[in-house]
Design a protein around this ligand. Sequence first.
Ligand SMILES: *Cc1c(COP(=O)(O)O)cnc(C)c1O
Length: 363
Amino acid sequence: MSGDGTQAVHAGLPDPVPGQPFLPGPVFAAPYHLDPDAGPGQNGYGRPDNPTRRGLEAAIGSLEGGQVRAFASGQAAITALLLGVLRTGDTVALPADGYFPVRAFAEGTLRGLGVSTILVPTAGPYPALTGVRLVLIETPANPGLDVCDVRAMADAAHAAGALLAVDNTTATPLGQRPLDLGADVVVASGTKALTGHSDVLLGYVATGDEGLLEKITTWRTQTGGIPGAFDCWLAHRSLATLDLRLARQTANAGAVAAMLSARDDVTGVRWPGLPDDPSFEIASRQMRRIPGVVSFDLGSASRVADFLKRSKLVFAATSFGGLHTTADRRAQWGDDTAEGFVRLSCGIEDTDDLLADLAAALA
Ligand SMILES: *Cc1c(COP(=O)(O)O)cnc(C)c1O
């Protein structure tokens, strides 16, 4: 197989046609012309069918090693999986420390539908999975960055007759391919590092299981949470630089994590690439690269605010994985993190500039 940069540049592109662009522009259509004799072909109506979206799905599918259905956001993709698979009386296992709105959805909508939830910490210990229908793990978990062993979880889920789903948002498919590690299905937000320009919301489900793919496709067609053609095109265009962006983000995160852990006025520095990080061993075995996100604690909300005001390069913003370095004090969103907990997402600025800016802002 070719290298990551080559794959990212060529992912999902049509065969060359003289006079046509490398990546054809977005096709904006609600209905398409139909053949009066033959009726609907591949493009009949925009909710089930869009060629720009199919191109993006082929691209992400080639990186994840499965078939992909794109959604309007990561949450649309995750809830499609949960509602497409779970039925009254089922139990789902969700990460206790993963993306907060997923737990909120389980405690509200899923509970109302008679689906029970067990919460599992990403770092373990893992409970028995007997009677569980679907296990969703998030690794590395957002925002705490614990990592869990995908292959071991796949074995445990399968032994219990459950499906294993992995939220691959933080790693991206160039960071790890959960389907190769035994997962049945991947869900992810493409809003973060996958597209990386902080200008599009996107989600996807990827799987090699035809039956599951059909359920997800039917779910999407009937509930309608599709991404628009322009967003699909923007996302596909952005994928070409994924390898380069991740390389710089990882290098920046490594340097930032080392710098922060050497300071005694910053606590709880987490980055799975730090040799003394609790996730280091499993991350090194399982992941192809470590993401550009570092988390740490500055002790109080006011110290985080001072840090953000003094920094010239770090934007105060939620989300992560973009070109620009951003920092988010998660507790302001009602997350169950400490008041001074920060998730820092390293952008693609020059490492020396970023280190100097952070040091000045913390001084
Ligand atoms: C952001 C995020 C989501 C939700 O994605 P949206 O595109 O914002 O809907 C899901 N899982 C993880 C791990 C995320 O970081």
